[in-house]
Structure formats: C-alpha cells, structure tokens
Design a protein around this ligand. Structure first.
Ligand SMILES: Nc1ncnc2c1ncn2[C@@H]1O[C@H](COP(=O)(O)OP(=O)(O)OP(=O)(O)O)[C@@H](O)[C@H]1O
Ligand SMILES: CC(C)(CO)[C@@H](O)C(=O)NCCC(=O)O
Ligand SMILES: [K+]
Length: 244
C-alpha cells in the first residue's frame, strides 16, 4: 500500500492506494500534518511507502519522522518523469504540474492532453502526443478571485461562492458573483477554444477543488476527476520505481 500526500497551497490531501485503487481520501490543514499521517498509518498499517508532492511551505524534513517505518519519497525536479520537459524554465515548473502531466501522459498514452487544475490557482498544462510538455497558463482560482477583490479594494465585500443568475449583475453582490464565476467559466472555455484552433484532437482532464462546480457550467463537456493529482502521484511513483 502506498500513502500519497499532496501538499497544496491551501490544504493537504492524502489517499491510500492498493495498486491503482484509492481506498480512502483525507483532507487536512498544514498544522495537523504529523498527527493526521500518524492516524492514517494506524488505520492502514500495511502502508509501505509514502509519496509526497509539495508546492506548499512544507519541506522534506517534516516527513523524516516517518522514515523508520516507511520508504519516504519527496518528489522533486531530479526525479524521472515520463514526458520531455520543453518549459524554458524547467526547474521552476511547479511539482504539482509535473505530477499532473506525468499522470496524464501515463493514463492517456499517445494523444494530446490538456490538464486543467482548478485549485487555489488555475493551472493549464499541455502535453502533446509525442509526450512533449509544452507549458500552459497560471491564473487566480475561484476563491482567490473573491478574496482579491475584497483585499485589494476599499469597498468590495468578501463574498462566498454563489452561482449568478445572469451575466448582467444588478447589485454589488451579483456583479461580483458574475465577474468571478462567469469570468472563471469564460476563461476556461476560452482557453479550450484557443487550444482547439491549434490542436484538432486532445483530451481534457479537469481536476482541483473547484472541478465539480465547474464541470456542469462549462460550454465544453468535460469529465471532472477531483482525485486526479493523487492518482497521478501514485502512478508517477510506480513509474519511478520501474525506471530508477
Ligand atoms: N475547505 C476548503 N478550503 C479551501 N478551498 C476550498 C474548500 N472547499 C472547496 N474549496 C474550493 O477549492 C478551491 C481550492 O482548491 P484545492 O483544494 O484544490 O486547493 P489547494 O488545496 O490549495 O490545492 P492546490 O494548491 O493544489 O490548488 C478554492 O477555489 C475553493 O473554491
Ligand atoms: C502555480 C502553482 C502555484 C499551482 O499550485 C504551482 O504549480 C507553482 O508554484 N508553480 C511554480 C511556477 C510554474 O509552474 O511555472
Ligand atoms: K492548482
């Protein structure tokens, strides 16, 4: 059994895998890390490996305490990945984007793939049918948009996610919901349309904390898999073991 841990910008997600099957998922805050992992290992004592991808502030050292019980692997740019990295600054490419791209490459061989992760940030990653990682985009996520409007203006309230009735918001609240939610949806549909102009065929993988909310609102039909990063982490770890 493999325990996979995704340290995101906001929260931590973990899953226990038996082969390719996820047995249970966990979500927790950064200050609970050690205690939560202890609990998971108590419940699943057959975990033999711990695979971590972190874009957050948590470093490798935080996982060293588990090394006497499990094989711990903290993913970095030094690892083997199943794609050719064409990013001009490969060392600064987020490890979450690398894991998502590895998962897309391994799960959907020999085709163009676009991965959209709607989390704290929205990230777009494109891997072509020859397994070249080309790059993509980074923009603010849904919650970050609500928070930025409030934090960087004098008068805008902090609102929580609500689906706007129309794109013509007729009050401050409706205008904000329209700007944030419709803007979010138009952006993603717009990017997909742009990729369609250049690549006739590609599969789209939508993941992240806002994936389910988004999937039903996009013009383009896409299947959401909010577990894709953890699944990819499990697969990239197996790939690493086979190719080291
Ligand atoms: N409890 C929650 N805390 C934070 N965001 C949440 C929560 N529940 C739903 N969300 C939604 O999920 C989005 C954040 O996604 P996610 O949880 O994937 O972020 P994350 O943990 O920071 O991971 P990453 O850094 O990989 O994006 C927010 O825009 C928000 O709308
Ligand atoms: C874009 C985020 C914040 C998304 O989690 C992360 O992938 C990151 O910190 N990336 C580094 C910059 C880059 O990917 O080019
Ligand atoms: K993200």
């Amino acid at each position: 059994m493999i325990l996979t841990v995704d340290v995101g910008n906001t929260r931590i997600k973990a899953s226990v895998f038996e082969g390719n099957t996820s047995l249970e998922n966990f979500v927790f805050e950064k200050n609970e890390l050690e205690k939560k992992i202890e609990n998971i290992l108590e419940k699943y004592p057959n975990c033999s490996d711990l695979a971590v991808a972190s874009v957050g502030s948590i470093e490798k050292q935080s996982f060293l305490t588990f090394e006497n019980r499990l094989k711990v692997h903290f993913f970095s740019h030094e690892d083997v990945f199943p794609f050719h990295n064409k990013y001009a600054t490969p060392k600064t490419l987020g490890i979450d984007r690398m894991i998502l791209s590895a998962g897309a490459t391994l799960q959907f061989p020999k085709q163009n793939r676009l991965v959209i992760d709607a989390g704290t940030c929205i990230t777009y990653d494109f891997i072509d049918e020859n397994d070249n990682y080309l790059g993509g985009a980074i923009s603010p996520g849904l919650r970050l948009r609500y928070e930025s409007l409030h934090n960087f203006t004098a008068r805008l309230p902090l609102l929580t996610l609500e689906t706007p009735d129309t794109y013509i918001g007729n009050s401050t609240a409706q205008a904000i919901h329209s700007g944030v939610v419709n803007g979010f949806v138009y952006e993603i549909d717009g990017f997909i349309d742009e990729y369609r102009k250049e690549f006739s065929n590609f599969i789209i993988i939508l993941t992240g904390g806002d994936a389910d909310f988004l999937a039903k609102r996009l013009k383009n039909t896409i299947f959401a898999n909010s577990n894709f990063l953890l699944e990819s982490l499990n697969q990239t770890y197996q790939y690493k073991i086979d190719n080291d």
